[in-house]
Design a protein around this ligand. Structure first.
Ligand SMILES: Cc1ncc(C[n+]2csc(CCOP(=O)(O)OP(=O)(O)O)c2C)c(N)n1
Ligand SMILES: [Mg+2]
Length: 461
């Protein structure tokens, strides 16, 4: 047996030795139907011709076009209904009572932080915020079903992923207030979090760029998994909105992950809107799930208001990505974006207030889990009140602390672009110093760690 790269054959043993490893040497497992074509011999009586581009296509005399609009819509997997009642008791919820309470606590924390930060922006204390209302079960549930070693790529509405992985309130607040404790040194807009320790790449506002990044990382992880079978295997997982799935990056990423057999979960949050554009103006197909088949990717559609369904589907998807030598899985999580797109948006300019109220009342990921917990006597009004009071205090405490911290040193506006500060950058620093020294009353230099000295250090180096 050998693993083939291009036309050169490398024995498996050698390909897996890190010391002899020089280039990608792992071909994806190719379905049997795709392997047969090179030896195909077609007799006049054959029902199928093995064209290399479509292998199992039956010959037909009927002049019929395939019509997607007449096909049944892809079903939506759920574990419990809107009233928090489990539909199939044999399957169960896949969670202990204790875990369910913890997940609920996380969802409440996320929604309290969202409310407080949204109001803070309205009060002018924060420049920008994006809430997750209606999508708390998707981000927290999915994150809880991944391994911490898995590499995650988010869009921007995935605060719950960070929270569930262990990003602290202090870290959230430091990033949002761009203080000196922010790991990104205040270089990014609020909610563009990142964490090397938690294996989450930094959010980039440029839609869909995270999707090919995840496909590439998954290919690297596939090779690492093969080289180090003694370590737990890792996968990549990327979150994106259905709007981002209109970008070319989405299509390229799915195709390369499928053809390379890379272990990646493509997790689409379909919340019905891309800012003001409703899904009916975004696509004509059956959501995003229908696109999986086009790329030969196993796919599932899930009720995103049901945290148990989210967790079960991601646990299963994760397992699948590691089967057959590695493969991508597409998961479409259905939701409704209850909040405005961001603090820069007023969604009542393009949708009815009653529609939003209706969704809030009819179905909501938090109340659904709460009903299930109450049904098992794990939760009640008193516990709810106590939890909310405590979490509100925690969030406001972290908020006040972060708001009053020093800002990052000014040098960070220049460092980490190149390994060392270049001569050209030094001349820019000198120019900036000149402006700041001439008009000190126009700038809040004293709020930045080290004041002008951090810039002077750069010029000296
Ligand atoms: C390449 C690119 N095009 C346009 C935008 C502007 N933009 C920011 S968010 C957004 C909508 C994205 O919708 P979706 O992917 O469904 O995510 P959601 O906001 O619903 O979570 C758009 C068009 C952008 N940031 N990047
Ligand atoms: Mg959307």
């Amino acid at each position: 047996m050998s693993l083939r790269h291009g036309i050169r054959r490398i024995p498996v043993g050698r390909a897996l030795q890190a010391s002899t490893y020089t280039q990608p040497s792992i071909t994806p497992s190719i379905p049997r139907s795709w392997q047969r074509w090179s030896s195909a011999a077609v007799s006049p009586a054959s029902e199928r011709i093995l064209f290399p581009g479509a292998l199992n296509s039956k010959l037909t005399n009927d002049l019929e076009f395939t019509s997607p609009s007449t096909a049944e819509a892809i079903p939506t997997f759920r574990v419990m209904d809107q009233d928090g009642v489990v539909i199939n008791n044999e399957r169960g919820v896949g969670t202990t009572d204790e875990e369910a309470v913890t997940l609920y606590t996380q969802m409440v924390l996320l929604s309290i932080m969202d409310t407080i930060m949204f109001e803070a922006q309205r009060q002018g204390r924060l420049s920008f915020y994006m809430a997750s209302a209606g999508e708390e079960a998707i981000t927290i549930g999915a994150s809880s079903a991944l391994d911490i070693g898995d590499v995650v790529f988010c869009q921007y509405r995935e605060t719950g992923v960070y929270l569930q992985r262990g990003f602290t309130l202090e870290q959230f607040m430091s990033q949002m207030f761009s203080n000196h404790k922010d790991v990104g040194h205040g270089r990014n807009m609020p909610v563009h979090y990142g964490s090397r320790e938690l294996n989450i790449h930094t959010v980039s506002s440029t839609l869909a760029t995270q999707i090919p990044h995840a496909a590439g990382a998954a290919y690297a992880l596939k090779m690492q998994n093969a080289q180090r079978p003694d370590l737990p295997p890792r996968i990549a997982c990327t979150f994106f909105g259905e709007g981002a799935a209109s970008e070319g990056d989405f299509h390229g990423a799915l195709n390369i992950a499928a053809t390379r057999g890379s272990p990646v979960i493509f997790l689409c949050r379909n919340n019905g809107f891309a800012i003001s554009t409703p899904t009916r103006d975004q696509y004509r197909g059956d959501g995003i799930a229908s696109r999986g088949a086009g790329y030969g990717i196993e796919t599932i559609r899930v009720d995103g208001n049901d945290i148990f369904a989210v967790r079960e589907s991601i646990k299963e998807a994760r397992k699948k990505t590691l089967e057959d030598g590695g493969k991508p899985i597409l998961v479409e999580m259905m939701a409704y974006r209850v909040g405005h797109h961001s603090t820069s948006d007023d969604s009542f300019a393009y949708r009815q207030r009653v529609e939003v109220e209706d969704w809030k009342r009819r179905d909501n990921p938090l109340t659904r889990l709460r009903k299930w917990l109450e049904g098992r006597e794990l939760w009640n009004e008193q516990k709810e009140g106590e939890l909310r009071r405590k979490l509100r205090k925690d969030v406001l405490g972290a908020f006040a602390q972060a708001e009053n911290e020093m800002k990052p040193a000014l040098k960070y506006a220049f460092t980490d672009v190149w390994e060392n500060v270049t001569e050209e950058q030094k001349s820019q620093v000198t120019e900036l110093l000149g402006v700041l020294e001439t008009y000190p009353e126009e700038y809040d230099i004293e709020h930045h760690e080290g004041g002008l000295d951090s810039l002077r250090e750069l010029v000296k180096k």
